[in-house]
Design a protein around this ligand. Structure first.
Ligand code: PEP
Ligand code: MG
Length: 846
């Protein structure tokens, strides 16, 4: 070729071409050419060439057209580096003019020729000359008549003749596609899909394989798997006398590919072409080492492959495809692991609305986070938390959410917002924590102050009414809808077992209740990394006892009330140990300030006074006495354990008695007892002495032996800095990055929402550090703590149990810092298992 071969390249088996310079489509076409598949002649324009075209610097059109002969008929398609970044739509039939129309009429018949010309005039007018599509509204569906009308309309609008020179047509097409890519809208769209701002566009100019004409002609799309399930099944459609992807929208005339009871198929119509297609696609799968979709044309019985694309897939299919490619020996297991985005697993980890079940759709919105759940409507984060404390499933309904709502979101089973899109706060957080979420339900009239919602059909819902959120399909459904359990099919289990085979950092779950523990076990968590025991006291029957304990005047009275809490706690722990079947369970001793258990309003005080048979003034005084200016930095955690030691004594006894109980039936249990909010070695010494004493007492009383491990939660900066003092006293250090972030920044976890978005918007923080671990600051404390802890006690087990534990980037950090495990909420366990496995594979690949 005459042209600059680096930038304008005829696709041959050994042309110099790369996805990074010519785009993924061009590179894929070259691979098909190398396989000797029937690909029409194609020229690839590099990113640089297209960039120059956008700037007005056109290539030598004559030379560009030379390989296509005297009367070329061409199509142009975009070829971005990653096909998922999109690009302008393909333009077909370039080159047709009055002269070729006559020739084509002789060859294909007049109707087919008119159809081809008409289609080109239409797409040229709208996409290249950018005329108002309305001008073609009245064009007849009869191709011959339609063609002359369309040409007239074009000429009337532009006051120019429709361009006849193929070189002019092609130049204009190239220019318009190159410019479209550089426009702001296209840039924003691709950036939203993860493309860098300066991502390049390549173009491919291909000789047209006509899907119209005599003999069996048509076009279609074929792939060998189902894009929703990953099941191996020939999928696609074919439409006679069609071009491009028309078969996919071709309605009743479109044929199935394989013989199908639902209707006629290509296999019956043109068996040889069908067999050829099947074998081409299978070859693409094997040689391109990927499940591919082929766009094809049949021209008088002969098959041409125009394009190969990675099969579009949801998360479930992605897993199925990766596993089947590895099982067929096409890719390695490691590669299969690398092909599934860990966060995408969220999609198959959740319950879904049963598609067979009847449903009553109240409204629609954006499907922002997959899964489905039913619950009662609440309108604030506080109500959501209260609802959770009562053990009642609730749906948090907000205009939009902000970081202040995070705790409420954790407490809710699903979220619905009026505003927002896929990257709004509710959507991002919902996906992160695996919470079904519908956002942007703007057809619903939100009357937040009146605590009600008016649905598009006029139905009014109030706080407490039950709805179902279908976050997979973006639906709000009335009442409780039957749900299907998550689709953890055989492929998922296989991929996960491969992940566990290579992973070198363990994953545990944060689980407070038997239900959480069941999920954790089902997701094959290596154990429980954090059981927040205080959640057990919020249950109705315990709250009153807890309050009595708080109101007890003397240590003796307090001990008496704790006697009543003891069997409840013992039962809690026995349940957890049984469910976890001998896997480690790390129980954190009581952490929050006591006043969190007291009522906040007068009515609550009155109720409590009645229950405790005390004067109201006593109750009010006591509540006031317990209030603190900074409760999160006040009397909580180990400070409570030292000043009111009976609580930890009771908990330790409950843990040890449950250990003995659960060990009777199954694997011996070795409980882990974790002290929260430590800042000084002496705190650990004091608590350890008492807990050892409780253990000795339980051994004496029962005559049974057991061991336990004591550990410290490192969540104050001082504990991280002084880890060298603390580590020799304990078996493990677990970093609580929620509090550690709060204290490192001096930033209230509960109030940061007020300014966090401003801070992130103005680049003060790159991200919300409560969501993404701050590697520079908090991370440095983690490293210091880990190094000093390990130096002082080489056997100390290191882990992270803050929310960051389930985040793939944080897992990478913890693994590099030599941690033994991460612990995260149960639904994030598979994501963490896969993310951790990918880190090992990446290291291996180098
Ligand atoms: C932490 O502080 O990181 C933690 C896990 O504990 P909590 O969130 O209960 O304070
Ligand atoms: Mg904490």
């Amino acid at each position: 070729m005459q042209q600059d071969e680096k930038n304008i390249t005829l696709i041959t088996p050994d042309a110099q071409m790369h996805a990074a310079t010519h785009g993924g489509r061009a590179k894929c076409l070259q691979r098909l050419v190398r396989l000797d598949l029937p690909v029409p002649r194609t020229i690839a324009l590099s990113f640089d060439a297209v960039h120059s075209i956008a700037a007005g610097d056109m290539p030598d059109m004559k030379a560009l057209l030379a390989p296509f002969g005297d009367a070329p008929l061409l199509c142009v398609r975009p070829s971005s580096e990653d096909p998922d970044w999109g690009g302008p739509g393909a333009i077909l039939n370039i080159g047709i003019n009055d002269a070729t129309y006559v020739d084509l009429s002789d060859k294909l018949g007049e109707v087919a020729a008119a159809e081809i010309y008409l289609r080109f005039v239409q797409s040229y007018a709208i996409h290249v000359a950018r005329l108002d599509p309305d001008i073609l509204d009245d064009v007849s569906s009869d191709p011959k008549l339609g063609l002359s009308q369309a040409l007239r309309a074009y000429e009337a609008e532009t006051e120019e003749e429709f361009p006849q020179d193929p070189a002019v047509q092609l130049a204009e097409v190239l220019r318009s596609m190159a410019r479209a890519w550089e426009g702001t809208t296209a840039r924003l769209l691709r950036q939203a899909k993860g493309a860098p701002a300066d991502a390049g566009l390549g173009l491919v100019v291909q000789e047209l394989a006509l899907g119209l004409g005599q003999g069996e002609c048509g076009s279609g799309v074929i792939q060998l798997v189902n894009s929703q399930t990953g099941e191996r099944k020939i999928t696609g459609r074919y439409l006679s006398q069609s071009q491009g992807r028309e078969a996919l929208r071709g309605g009743a005339d479109s044929l199935y590919l394989e013989r199908d009871p639902r209707g006629p198929s290509l296999e019956e119509l043109a068996p040889e072409a069908f067999e050829a297609l099947k074998s081409y696609t299978a070859m693409m799968r094997e040689k391109l080492r990927e499940e591919m979709q082929a766009e094809f044309t049949i021209e008088n019985g002969k098959v041409f492959l125009l394009d190969g694309l990675r099969v579009a897939r949801n998360a479930r299919a992605a897993v199925g495809i990766a596993v089947s490619l590895a099982e067929d020996g096409i890719i390695s297991r490691e590669e299969a692991l690398m092909r599934v985005e860990p966060r995408a697993l969220n999609e198959l980890l959740h319950r879904q609305v049963d598609p067979e079940a009847p449903r009553d759709v109240l409204a629609r919105g954006i499907a922002a986070s997959p899964g489905a759940a039913s619950g009662r409507i609440v309108f604030s984060a506080a109500e959501a938390q209260a609802s959770q404390a009562r053990g009642e499933a609730c749906i948090l309904v907000r205009r939009e959410t902000s970081p202040e709502d995070i705790r409420g979101m954790h407490a809710a089973v699903a979220v619905l917002t009026e505003r927002g899109g896929m990257t709004s706060h509710a959507a991002v957080i919902g996906r992160g924590i695996g919470l079904p979420c519908v956002v942007g339900a703007s057809d619903i009239h939100f009357q937040a102050r009146r605590n009600q919602l008016t649905m598009p059909d006029g139905r009014v819902l109030k706080a407490g009414d039950v709805i179902t959120i279908d976050g997979t399909n973006g639906l709000v459904l009335a009442g409780e809808t039957p749900l299907l359990e998550a689709a953890r099919d055989a492929s998922f289990q296989t991929l996960m077992s491969w992940a566990d085979g290579v992973r070198d950092i363990a994953v545990r779950a944060n689980a407070d209740t038997p239900a959480d523990a069941e999920v954790a076990r089902n997701f094959k968590a290596r154990g429980i990394g954090l059981c927040r025991t205080e959640h057990m006291f919020f249950e109705e029957d315990r709250l009153t006892v807890m309050r009595e304990m708080i109101f007890a005047d003397s240590s003796k009275d307090r001990a008496a009330v704790l006697e009543r809490l003891l069997p409840m706690q013992r039962a809690d722990f026995t349940d957890l140990f049984r469910i976890m079947q001998g896997k480690p369970v790390c129980i954190r001793l009581f952490d929050p300030p006591l006043h969190e258990f007291l009522p906040t309003d007068r009515a609550g005080h009155l109720q409590l006074a009645e229950a405790l048979d005390l004067p109201l003034s006593d109750v009010t005084r006591r509540v006031e006495a317990l209030s603190e200016y900074n409760p999160m930095l006040g009397m909580r955690g180990v400070r409570l354990g030292i000043t009111v030691p009976e609580i930890y004594d009771m908990q330790a006894r409950a843990i040890f008695e449950a250990t003995i109980e659960a060990s009777k039936e199954g694997a011996p249990v070795v409980p882990e007892v974790m002290i929260p909010l430590v800042s000084a070695r002496r705190e650990v010494e004091l608590v350890k002495t008492r807990i050892d004493a409780v253990a000795a007492a339980v051994r004496n009383e029962t005559g049974r032996e057991f061991t336990y491990r004591l550990g410290v939660m490192v969540e104050t900066p001082r504990a991280a800095l002084r880890a060298g003092d603390i580590a020799p006293l304990v078996s493990f250090l677990s970093f609580g990055t929620n509090d550690l972030t709060q204290m490192t920044y001096g930033l209230s976890r509960d109030d940061a929402g007020r300014f966090m978005s401003d801070y992130v918007k103005q680049g003060v923080y790159p991200e919300d550090p409560f969501h993404t671990l701050d590697i520079d600051g908090v991370g440095e404390l983690l490293k210091i703590g880990a190094e000093r802890g390990r130096a002082a006690n080489p056997d100390v087990v290191l882990s992270i149990c803050g929310e960051h534990g389930g985040n793939p980037e944080s897992i990478a950090f913890c693994r590099d810092a030599g941690f033994d495990y991460v612990s995260c909420s149960p639904f994030r366990v598979p994501v963490a298992r896969l993310a951790a496995a990918q880190l090992t594979v990446k290291d291996k690949i180098g």
